[in-house]
Design a protein around this ligand. Structure first.
Ligand SMILES: *Cc1c(COP(=O)(O)O)cnc(C)c1O
Length: 552
């Protein structure tokens, strides 16, 4: 029975009236969101309103250059859009004539290809994935041949959402080579999580290849809405004709440029190590869940789960306010869970009925600061000293910071791009400031920590260092260095380092040092501080705040 349409449906396009909206996530609630493959960590904050009064460029040049560098291609090979989603939409609108042309998809896969095709009025050819979700190259090729030139775009997703597996590179290469007039779109939204190389650098080889990348997943910028299509410049130019005149708002450009500075990359790398290890941990742990029948091997930041008793699991997740993605519409009895922080994952494991010894939350602190003088990113992990990577451009300073992390027993990833052509001053001072901020963030409420001091001998030198993580900044230093310089490191910057650190860490740092060798004396100061910090950072089981005030 057909219902008669009511105005304004009577005047709208048929494709829109019949369209079932793509299910985007609604507003954030208080719930734990493991349903949209986002990063659980927000990027560091920025404010700068310069030029907000001016319309931006359609393709902001600095941003295009940065993204080209990130993906290893040329700026004219990139179209920037509001997410990879917009690139998909623009592809459909640029290449597919309504009612005449069509696209090919391999379900189960990302739903937005189909949504855009429906709205554009393009046809949709489906070649389902085979067992184990592998691609059927023969059937895809047959379909392209039998439809002919009106089949404009083939959408391939690797790693595929929601199945998590990658496509064999040879399959993609063969399709590109066999069908040079058809656009082969390779959606690499999750490439950073996989062990496959990006196809972005292959666009020189195949002019019909288009690679999609996004900042929404690995780079924690889903809220900024930024993604790209990487393609032959002639394709990029056509797509830019269809793209609105000002898609990228200035705050978005600023936020993205600030979040993706060269120094910040070391934080993303360190996060990625943790994230991948959590994917692995969750895949192993969830197999022990009474609700889980099987898990598809994943090279992405989510897992596709086959579920036994979905109604009681969904009830359990609902009761605990945990959102994960129900895939049952396209894959009966399947759920997709995004991998969050270790603590979030533990909460999810509890809902899945996996016995999980309650871990004390890890203490990780990150700080990122960019000025005209320095670009510095710091990540500290007070409970895992395994990862220490320091790059300041000043050899002796790297050596001192390594000693600080090693004897302080904390992990330290610190990258600084500073104005060393001026001198070492800004680099040394600013690294201390950002390090203090990261340590302070990691300490949180300081529950269970110790507080105070150490005497450290080093050959003929001796440093007496006392530290109080009191929340109040203060620094005293007494000592005379016999020389002005150690390598590129000016000795006068030694007390200045401790001064800067004490400010952002919120600590009293008192140092007395004597000796005959400047290198030894400075090293004794750093190591002495390190020992103090390692004692102060150590947590006892009490979880008590070591202050009569009850807060530090
Ligand atoms: C998340 C996702 C996208 C969309 O990314 P945005 O840049 O946020 O629009 C594209 N493709 C796949 C496969 C995705 O999972």
């Amino acid at each position: 029975m057909t219902r008669t349409l009511q105005w304004p449906k009577t005047i709208a396009r048929k494709a829109v009236v019949n369209f079932e909206p793509y299910s985007a996530r609604g507003g954030m609630s208080g719930a734990l969101h493991l349903d949209a493959n986002e990063s659980p960590w927000a990027p560091p904050p920025v404010t700068n309103t310069e030029d907000f009064n001016r319309y931006p460029e359609q393709q902001p040049a600095a941003l295009r250059t940065r993204l080209a560098d990130l993906y290893g291609v040329r700026p004219d090979q990139i179209m920037i859009g509001r997410g990879a989603d917009e690139a998909i939409e623009i592809l459909l609108r640029t290449f597919c004539e309504a009612t005449k042309d069509s696209i090919l998809v391999c379900p189960p896969t990302f739903g937005y290809y189909r949504a855009c095709a429906e709205l554009q009025g393009a046809g949709i050819i489906e070649v389902p994935l085979q067992d184990k979700y592998t691609y059927d190259l023969e059937k895809v090729s047959q379909a392209i041949r039998s439809v002919g030139p009106s089949l404009k775009i083939v959408f391939l997703c690797t790693p595929n959402n929601p199945t998590g597996n990658c496509i064999q590179p040879s399959t993609i290469e063969k399709l590109c080579a066999d069908f040079p007039e058809t656009l082969i779109v390779v959606d690499e939204a999750y490439q950073e999580f996989s062990d496959q190389n990006s196809f972005a650098t292959q666009i020189e080889r195949f002019t019909n290849l288009i690679v999609l990348r996004t900042l929404s997943k690995a780079y924690a910028l889903a809220g900024a809405r930024l993604g790209v299509a990487i393609a032959d410049p002639r394709i990029v130019q056509l797509m830019c004709k269809v793209l609105p005149p000002y898609p990228i708002a200035r705050p978005v450009e600023n936020a993205v440029m600030a979040a993706l500075t060269p120094a910040a990359m070391s934080i993303f790398d360190a996060r990625m190590d943790l994230w991948k290890s959590e994917v692995k941990r969750m895949a192993e742990a969830l197999l022990r869940s009474p609700f889980v029948e099987s898990i598809a091997p994943s090279q992405a930041n989510f897992l596709l789960l086959k579920i036994k008793d979905s109604s009681s699991l969904l009830r359990e997740l609902g009761r605990r306010q945990i959102k994960i993605r129900d895939m049952s519409k396209i894959l009966p009895n399947h759920l997709r869970i995004s991998i969050g922080t270790p603590q979030e994952n533990d909460i999810a494991l509890a809902a899945f009925g996996v016995a999980n010894c309650e871990q004390i939350p890890g203490r990780i602190g990150e700080a990122h600061r960019k000025t005209a003088e320095t670009d510095i990113a710091v990540r500290v992990d007070l409970d895992d000293a395994s990862n220490t990577q320091i790059q300041t451009g000043i050899g002796f300073y790297d050596h001192m910071l390594e000693a600080l992390a090693k004897h302080g027993k904390f992990g330290l990833v610190l990258t600084c791009r500073g104005d060393l052509h001026v001198d070492a001053h800004h680099t040394i001072e600013d690294c201390a400031l950002v390090l203090g901020t990261a340590l302070k963030t990691a300490l949180g409420d300081k529950a269970g920590i110790g507080r105070f001091g150490f005497t450290l001998p080093m050959d003929e030198s001796q440093a007496r260092v006392a530290v109080d993580l009191s929340g109040r900044a203060a620094m005293t230093f007494s000592g005379q260095f016999p020389t002005d310089q150690v390598g590129d490191f000016p000795a006068e910057m030694c007390p200045h380092f401790f001064e800067s650190l004490s400010q952002t860490l919120g600590a009293a740092i008192q140092i007395e040092v004597d000796g005959d060798n400047t290198h030894h004396m400075i090293e004794a100061c750093f190591k002495g501080l390190a020992k103090c910090l390692s004692m102060a950072f150590e947590r006892d089981q009490s979880g008590a705040i070591p202050s009569t005030k009850g807060s530090l």
